[in-house]
Design a protein around this ligand. Structure first.
Ligand SMILES: [Zn+2]
Ligand SMILES: [Zn+2]
Length: 310
């Protein structure tokens, strides 16, 4: 294995020409045989008369003299402001395994970036190769960890925005993420839209409902082998009991512990828990949709998350 890794590193070059087109104009190109890894930071200013609120960033390659689109990204600002005349800094990284990372900030290159600067991050993708190198695939319904947006043990700063696309309909949306582990918050996605209900585990009523659980609670890092089938069943029943106490979502859907994080457009799962309570418990980041905007519920802010007669 070590030998394999070494050989990848020694020979790591692009085996295709890669170019980036922004709104159909070539902006950046890397020749075939460019050594990996690549780190590039470039500035781009949008035309003053640009009318659209989105930019299209297309990665192209060339096969048999023909230009082939290998990945399209859409970029838009978190408030869907006009892009005309805006200056953007575009950061491109391609690692030894040809995985491409794209990051954009507003403003000129080398300006100071602090916590008020929004950092737009995109899905990574692997540039196809002529060789049969191992392919790093992201499965449908992957979690934000599996998508490489967050790394275990490292906190994702609050100024990060993630632009990703649906695995089913392909439309782009933007979200931010909240680490719910540090704030001792549980979250329940709506089963019909991108809303979610978050509730502090210190909320008295919530606490009482959790206390009805007569088995050990399944929490992040719980291992399935530590729980009997019966204990898993008790955990599931406890969450169902709690869900029955919550108000309905404004869309008419229900907040459920095992509801998936949905695509705002086609409502297919974006993060799919596959009804696996361990998979859900491990996901201590909640996806909060920014564009298109959804009104979210926070248990800590709105105490009327429970039904009125409760
Ligand atoms: Zn809803
Ligand atoms: Zn979709």
């Amino acid at each position: 294995m070590q030998d394999e890794l070494n050989s990848i590193e020694e020979n790591a070059v692009l085996d295709k020409t890669i170019s980036l087109k922004i709104n159909n104009k070539i902006f950046l190109a890397f020749e075939r045989k460019t050594p990996l890894s690549i780190s590039e930071a470039v500035q781009y200013t949008v035309d003053e008369d640009y009318q659209e609120k989105r930019l299209y960033l297309d990665f192209m390659t060339h096969e048999l003299g023909k230009e082939v689109l290998i990945k399209r990204y859409e970029f838009f600002l978190q408030n869907m402001e006009d892009l005309a005349g805006k200056t953007l800094s575009i950061y491109l990284d391609i690692n030894l395994y040809r995985v491409l990372f794209l990051t954009i900030t507003e403003g000129e290159l080398n300006q100071e970036v602090d916590y008020s600067t929004i950092i737009y991050r995109f899905d990574r993708f692997q540039i196809p190769s002529e060789k049969n190198d191992p392919v790093i695939e992201v499965e449908k319904g992957a979690t934000v960890f599996e998508r490489g947006f967050v790394i275990s043990g490292r906190v994702t700063p609050g100024n990060n925005r993630f632009i990703s696309s649906c695995d089913f309909c392909g439309k782009f949306f933007m979200f931010q993420m909240f680490h719910v582990g540090f704030s001792d918050v549980d979250y329940y996605y709506c089963d019909r839209c991108t809303n979610y209900l978050a509730v502090s585990i210190y909320d008295q009523k919530y606490n009482r409902l959790l206390d009805k659980l007569s088995a050990k609670r399944i929490s992040p890092f719980s291992q399935p082998y530590e729980f009997s089938d019966y204990d898993i069943q008790l955990n599931l029943e406890n969450y169902q009991l709690i869900e029955d106490h919550f108000v309905s979502c404004t869309c008419g859907g229900h907040f459920r512990y095992l509801a998936n994080c949905l695509c705002p457009y086609c409502k297919s799962p974006y993060v799919d828990f596959f009804n696996d309570i361990f998979r859900k418990a491990d996901q201590y980041y909640v996806v909060d949709m920014v564009v298109p905007k959804c009104e979210s519920f926070y248990g800590e802010k709105y105490w009327n998350v429970y039904k009125e007669d409760d």
